[in-house]
Design a protein around this ligand. Structure first.
Ligand code: MD3
Ligand code: FE
Length: 212
């Protein structure tokens, strides 16, 4: 059961599902992120290639994305060497349902969760570190957002291509597939105190489900 208001194709292969998650599902997801995030293998603030600290905290499930090498690996070798926890079935099931709603069959094996504090942001980038075949055929990425609303920018295949801004509110889902899988995108800012009060979260969690 969800309260989906529909499916908006924002670009070829890119779908926005506003209010996909119910309030209860949003609360469950926040609880889950906090549970997973406070484990020894929980959120940490990565340093990227070049030495800059990211403005978000990251937690990987299934496989670790190494922000120094831009490669996926079983252990978080850029940080503490700990083995990455498995991707829990209940989370991959939600992602599969989102993909189905957009017309795709999707079996993720990785989830990257980002925590945005009120001043968090994520620069313009491409997600192209998955298996070449995954990228070639455009296997989807599914994203779930909870907490504060984000300004999300979606660009083109080149960094300098024009972008459009979409607000991602708590409970929204996105599916990025096919020709949109390699678009530049980023989160320049999140809107303070903009989430549902019941979540008790002045920040934002985003979960991206991927297939290596
Ligand atoms: C468009 N996360 O984890 S989610 C990321 O809100 C990431 O935390 C952002 O970019 C966030 O890599 C945006 C939506 C998203 C995710 C992957 C994409 C949009 C995308 C891949 C290609 C194009
Ligand atoms: Fe991304």
């Amino acid at each position: 059961m969800n309260s989906a208001k529909g499916l908006v194709e924002i670009a070829p292969g890119a779908y926005h599902l506003p209010s996909y998650l119910t309030n209860q599902e949003q609360l469950q997801l926040v609880i889950r992120c906090r549970e997973l995030g406070t484990q020894p293998t929980g959120f940490y603030r990565p340093t990227v290639r070049g030495g800059t600290k990211m403005r978000i905290e990251m937690l990987c499930l299934g496989r670790h994305w190494n922000p120094m090498t831009y490669r996926y690996e079983p252990n978080r070798s850029d940080y503490d060497g700990k083995a990455v926890p498995p991707l829990p079935a209940d989370l991959s099931t939600i992602a599969g349902r989102v993909a189905t709603a957009a017309g795709f069959l999707f079996e993720p094996d990785i989830c990257i969760s980002n925590y945005y504090p009120p001043d968090g942001r994520l620069g313009l980038h491409q997600d192209k570190d998955e298996h070449p075949e995954t990228l070639r055929v455009g296997i989807p990425i599914v994203s779930l957002s909870v907490g504060n609303t984000a300004q999300f920018v979606l660009g083109g295949m080149r960094r300098k291509d024009p972008t459009r801004t979409i607000l991602l509110a708590s409970g929204d889902a996105l599916v990025l597939a096919g020709p949109s899988r390699l678009r530049y995108h980023g989160v320049p800012r999140i809107l303070s105190e903009s989430g549902p009060k019941e979540l008790n979260l002045n920040g934002r969690f985003n979960l991206t489900f991927r297939r290596y």
